[in-house]
Ligand binder design. Sequence first.
Ligand SMILES: [Zn+2]
Length: 749
Amino acid sequence: MDRALCIHGHFYQPPREDPWLGRILPEGSAAPSVHWNARICRESYTPLARARRLDGQGHIVELLNCYEWMSFNAGPTLLSWMARSAPETYARILEADRASVKRLGHGNALAQIYHHVIMPLASELDKELEVAWAVDDFTARFGRAPEGLWLSETAVDTPTLEVLAAAGLRFTILAPSQAVAVSDDGRKWRDVDAGSLDMTEPYTVALPSGRSMAVFFYHGPLSQAVAFESLLADGENFFRRLSGAAGRGLLSLATDGETYGHHFTFGEMALAYVLDQARSGRDGLSLTNYGAYLAANPPQRFVRIREASAWSCAHGVERWRSDCGCTNGEHAGYNQKWRAPLRQALNLLKSRLDAHFFEAGKGLFTDPRKALVAYGQVMAGTVAQEAFEAAWFSSASKAAGRGTAWKLLAMQAWGLASFASCAWFFDEISRLEPVNGLTFALRAMELARATGMADPEPEVTAILAGAVSNDPAMGTGRDIWDNMVRPRRETPKSLVTQALLTLALEERLPSGGQAVVSWPGVAVTVRLDPPTGNAWSGTASICYHLETATEDFFVTFHPSKTGEPFDGCATMEPTTGGLEEGFCFASVGLPVNKRQALADAFARHAEAVFFETMLAQSATARCLVTELQEAQHTINLAPLWLHLWPGLVWHDVFDLPLPEKRAALLRLFLMEAGRDSPVKAALEARLAAETTRRIHLPDPDWTLLARLLHRTADLELHPDWWAAQNALWERRPFAGTMATFAKALGFAV
Ligand SMILES: [Zn+2]
């Protein structure tokens, strides 16, 4: 195949989940978004799924799903967040893979190392787990086995390729600098470098086991130009550069996917332009993906890879274990001597966890190692816990050891999560990424202690004491452990505090019933008797995701009488016996992001309640609006009506019109009050969301929706119709009254 083109995006976010709650907590630096996953999703992942293609008049001719025409990988940690929090975008990604399979016989999606660990630095066990779990996760999501896998940071060595080959994977993608020599016959070798390597064909790596792995090398200079030069500023220029570089064989580019839209605003539109030109066959280009190209063009030559090398470190894989000098240039003069002790500390912990797992697991699993490998299917949701127990738990563990067995599996998963590459990538140990890695290690330690392992914390923190921060105020890794990592820990007390406060703030304390406060990682079930005075009593039961053991407490709850929720108090006593403990919520010391999450929950609830009340009042007020009188320019006593403004707008745009002279007076007021309204943006967002919701209904009222667009424009309101356009695009073809609405919404009809 000549002039074939494949553009690959590696989509990845450092794991930000709190390892107890399983949820990403608010991050102030990402405002106005709640955290960075949400922010980057809004800027890049979602726009790529719905990139606008416009005609000469600026009307939308197509919402292009770029994922359908590019190669991509997005690992389990990002996709599991997206499935929960951006389901529309997630659905477009799955749909894109299905469409590419249909078109090319091979899917655009590649698997990715499960926790984005640096494979050459991982133990033999961890290598196997990272690949097996990645394959399970991919298969569950995409409904097919992966053909290719993206190695974190393209970090590779021969043992890693052996694991990939053993797992049935057929290819990976590397940087051209990772090739050392090529051969036509596997006997006579010729040295190559990034400049002399022919990147237009896949190669075979012959492995010691007798297996082999195909490797594609992406075009280095052009990929650099996309990522770091302004190639995305102009779609036509981007296309010409690609067309100029394409020739015999395959031209493939690989960059971080976030380049499109996050690093370069509207980069997704430049990409959409290029993909559209290429799919129409301009200049004889044909879009393909790696799987399809490999099937049609099996490797003719062999390559030797540079052992333990990666795409973002000139020193092999030193960036993830030593002071090699590679950073993103965050701070002049910072060193990375902390990297080595951080790696050593986590390696030591994992070796202790492994030993404990196999020792404690001997009596609990029929085959501890195979059970651990198969645990990926439980995390992926393809095997139910009961079925897993039937397959892998020994008869002893089916009784008393059941809870312990599940904790051991979770312990190993968190131990692995602590190796996510981002912890070492930047220039300072007190950054969010290393602190997150250490937090995952703390969670693994907690599970280790709970299953009878000798406390590894003293050994681990002794090594961390040798990791010196560049910021003297931060001290060493041990100080960071004490001051930044340990305070994040959840305890039964902190979980019950958050559960009771959430129920109280959202006005859903169960009187004589039960309520569940759940996060993706843990659920607290609260049962309360009807209150006596200001005192509630009942039980609280804590259960972690994919565990079976619960922690149960008798609780009493005394809500605050002062209006300050943290003045509330509670008592807890284990139902299995033990001491009762009383405490005030202020004394629990919830960290700022957990207090922020409570504030967000309260603000959402309060706003929803306020809006409903105001909407009902506005419906009454609207009926009382009188006819416009001569020389009148707004409603009498207009300041009293101001707080009803959003509701009056709402009824005006969604309901039938009022008699003309009454409507005229109302409009005068709405225009004038809206001009400087501080709640205008919030109302616009709500109008856009409601419109989108109505478009998704089985039989939308297109006439009403078209009228709504005109009325909001008349009132000088400008909601962002982006999501509404996306929803409408799903309902093509446009016809009849729907076409009228589509045109009003910006489509070329
Ligand atoms: Zn380096």
